[in-house]
Design a protein around this ligand. Structure first.
Ligand code: GLY
Length: 374
């Protein structure tokens, strides 16, 4: 077997989870050598690659060639693209299709795609044959900086999003920055929102770097892109290593998500508002609400809003057609958040750029007034 080509552009990080520890490899041209990365992790040289139509068109053949070159036999299952795929009906079909490929305990599932493919494939890996190994090959910026790392796997239920799932860690994450070239710009920007999140919750210097390099990154400049993915994955790896099952600090990764989720629900979880766009807007709202409570200086939120606007992310409710939305509607969506305990809302709020905290029992009357004026 030929050894993988190691280039200066390739960086390797580790998620330290004891027996479940794994590497994240970030760099250009990694799909071409993915087979050689994956082969040493396999108990049996057989893989089932799960992808979607959009991603498969560009990246499935190069991946299969790379698996073949590493002596790995494979089957493929290609799903329809989009969030609708993440339901029980599609999961049922996926499970049957994967089993029909001759899946054994020693086989490897490979998720080649964005968050939807990663989530549904990860959940298949967690459940089929009571657990098989899987590898994440994330193909969106959002998946590369967030959803492919940390082992959250889930599908949607009729009664709510991502309610059926498991914490189940991959054996390896391979983030090939070349694949982002075929990503629509709007998707790239949405992923950028989740990238900036790490600066806002934990690293003011990284946020300042984003202010300087954000436009170059969103123009796909290779070095800023690689730096941002590595920095984000490094922070995510540290957080997950310290709190795998979200009993503490990991909840900070949900910064902007409770507000964002309400906006997604109000826009019908449709292409009107992408998840990362909702999170960016949700983070701006979180700064605004924290300022109203006197917890953060007004100027901090304005700096964040200016940066998102500068790269082309929506930063005001009016921009997404929700300028006139009744605050009660958003509050009702927020009340269904998974973090609600005994009817009390938990929010992740900023103290300053670079530091966030968990507020349990957020004051709903204040929140209503804030949303009415937003
Ligand atoms: N996306 C948030 C987390 O993985 O915890």
């Amino acid at each position: 077997m030929t050894m993988p080509i190691m280039t200066a552009e390739r960086q390797r990080l580790r998620v330290e989870l004891g027996a479940r520890a794994y590497d994240i490899v970030v760099g250009a041209g990694l799909i071409a050598t993915a087979g050689h990365e994956i082969r040493p992790l396999m108990r049996r040289p057989h893989a089932v690659v799960v992808s979607d139509d959009n991603v498969a068109r560009h990246w499935l053949e190069p991946l299969l060639a790379s698996l073949a070159a590493a002596g790995i036999s494979y089957h493929t299952v290609v799903l329809p693209p989009g969030e609708e795929t993440k339901d029980l009906a599609h999961f049922g079909r996926l499970a049957e299709d994967v089993l029909a490929c001759g899946l054994e305990r020693g086989s490897m599932l490979i998720a080649l795609g964005g968050g939807v493919v990663g989530d549904i494939t990860g959940f298949a890996a967690a459940t089929l044959l009571r657990g098989v190994d899987f590898v994440q090959l994330p193909t969106t910026l959002l998946a590369q900086v967030d959803s492919s790392v940390g082992g959250k796997t889930a599908i949607n239920a009729a009664s709510g999003k991502i309610l059926i799932g498991a914490f189940y860690q991959p054996r390896l994450v391979v983030a090939d920055t070349d694949v982002l070239a075929t990503l629509p710009r709007r998707e790239l920007l949405a992923g950028y929102g989740e990238t900036v999140k790490y600066g806002l919750i934990r690293d003011a210097a990284f946020f300042a770097w984003c202010e300087r390099q954000g436009n170059a990154l969103c123009g796909l400049a290779p070095e800023p892109l690689r730096h941002a993915i590595v920095t984000s994955c490094q922070m995510k790896a540290e957080i997950v290593a310290g709190d795998e099952r979200e009993e503490g600090e990991r909840a900070l990764l949900n910064f902007g998500h409770t507000f964002g989720h309400a906006l997604e629900a109000e826009t019908g979880f449709s292409s009107r508002l992408l998840h990362g766009e909702a999170v960016a807007l949700g983070m701006v709202l979180a700064f605004g609400f924290a300022a109203r409570l006197g917890l953060v200086a007004e100027g901090e939120g304005e700096r964040v809003r200016r940066h998102f606007a500068a790269v082309g992310l929506p930063t005001r409710l009016a921009e997404i057609g929700l300028g006139e939305v009744a605050p009660e509607r958003l509050l009702a969506h927020m009340a269904k958040d998974k973090k609600v305990r005994d009817g009390k809302l938990t929010l992740i709020l900023p103290r300053r750029i670079g530091e966030a905290f968990i507020m349990r029992d957020a004051p709903t009357a204040e929140l209503r007034d804030f949303l009415a004026a937003a």
